[in-house]
Write a protein that binds this ligand. Structure first.
Ligand code: RIB
Length: 368
């Protein structure tokens, strides 16, 4: 008995069960071949001695830890908490534990998280990259052979599986619905701040789809595409980037509504931003959708409960997590196929927060 830890060791269990230490290790670590009778004998011995698996010792023997490292951008955002639900359901079903790190969209924090999780010998990594322009640490992990799957954002220079949606097409469809309703003055709340915000100040959002950033770049490109289709140039003052918190969106919306010729519709690029926009419109006494139509990204739980219910671009969020985790487990099990890139479908769910543009600002011909 290992007195220092006050708990039985594998050799103690092996002695009591009358088997070799290696056999006891296989039975306790649930790997390799062990007969049912032997497994029963070892289990009884372990129970009698109060044996508790020492995960570090097991990882030294098997080279695995049965843990997955998950690195997400903002666990306060309902999108990421639901992605985590998808990941953890699949992981637990396969006997894996999940170790979570939140990056707040900081690539430095992400880089450190990847280093620490790799040192802790997680069996694989699920990462939502904070900045597509800073990914050498992810490329290094992939090229070193650590199983890695990218979630929500594909990074072309990182040879790893990914599970995403087509953000540009989704944002284009949402903005097209607004132009069909006659809106031409459409604001965009991006959620970016700091240096990233400057990259969305480019005139007309020209080339924004090539900006190596995150999902926001694709959505901004889709917004621009739909406006260009109806002959409208993106006005820089209509693209506001004040940060990704709800209170940042309150400020961004009030900034939009203070413009000469304020927008008659707003596209907010996630559910926290849409919530802030709704709050700002209410505080300003601006009626939604009579005065301003509002569309958000992500079908958070509250979007149907508010008045008016919010029109949203819904992503299959939990499925993004579960499919990413299944891909990772296949890698951990030894799959060597070329990287898989899943693109899941989004859905524009129209509710009460959109209406035809107020008559004085309505485009001449309304699409049905
Ligand atoms: O902030 C959350 C949003 O950004 C989600 O829509 C998700 O796609 C992430 O990229």
């Amino acid at each position: 008995m290992d007195e220092r830890r006050g708990s039985a060791t594998i050799p103690d269990v092996a002695r009591l069960a009358g088997v070799s230490t290696a056999t006891a290790a296989r039975a306790l670590g649930n790997y390799g071949s062990v007969s049912a009778a032997t497994r029963e004998k070892v289990g009884q011995a372990a129970a009698a001695l109060g044996y508790r698996a020492n995960s570090l010792a097991r990882s030294m023997v098997t080279g695995t830890t049965n843990t997955l490292g998950v690195v997400l951008s903002d666990i306060e955002n309902p999108f990421f908490s639901r992605v985590l639900r998808g990941i953890s359901d699949v992981a637990h079903g396969a006997g894996f534990e999940v170790v979570l790190v939140n990056t707040d969209e900081s690539s430095d924090t992400e880089r450190n998280a990847v280093r620490v999780l790799t040192e802790k010998r997680v069996d694989g990594l699920l990462v939502c990259p904070a900045d597509a322009g800073s990914t050498d640490h992810l490329r290094w992990v992939a090229e070193a052979g650590t199983p890695l799957v990218l979630v929500d954002r594909r990074i072309r220079q990182v040879p790893a599986d990914s599970v995403v949606v087509d953000n540009r097409a989704a944002a284009r469809a949402a903005t097209q619905r607004l132009t069909e309703l006659g809106h031409r003055r459409i604001g965009l709340i991006t959620g970016m701040d700091g240096e990233l915000a400057e990259r969305f100040a480019v005139p007309g959002l020209r080339g924004i789809e090539r900006a190596l950033i995150n999902t926001t770049a694709g959505r901004a490109a889709g917004y621009r595409d739909a406006l260009v289709e109806v002959g409208v140039e993106v006005r820089s003052e209509y693209v506001v980037s004040e940060g990704f918190r709800r209170e940042d969106a309150v400020r961004a919306t009030k900034q939009l509504m203070s413009l000469d010729g304020p927008p008659t519709a707003i596209l907010a690029l996630d559910s926290l931003l849409a919530l802030g926009a709704m709050q700002a419109l209410r505080e300003l006494g601006v009626r939604c959708p009579d005065d301003v139509s509002l569309v958000g990204f992500d079908d958070a739980d509250w979007t149907e409960a508010v008045t008016p219910p919010l029109t949203v671009v819904a992503q299959p969020v939990q499925r993004i997590g579960s499919e990413a985790c299944r891909l990772l487990l296949e890698r951990i099990a030894g799959s060597t196929r070329p990287p898989v890139h899943r693109v899941l479908r989004t859905e524009l769910i129209e509710r009460g927060s959109v209406a035809p543009a107020p008559r004085p600002h309505r485009a001449e011909r309304l699409s049905s």
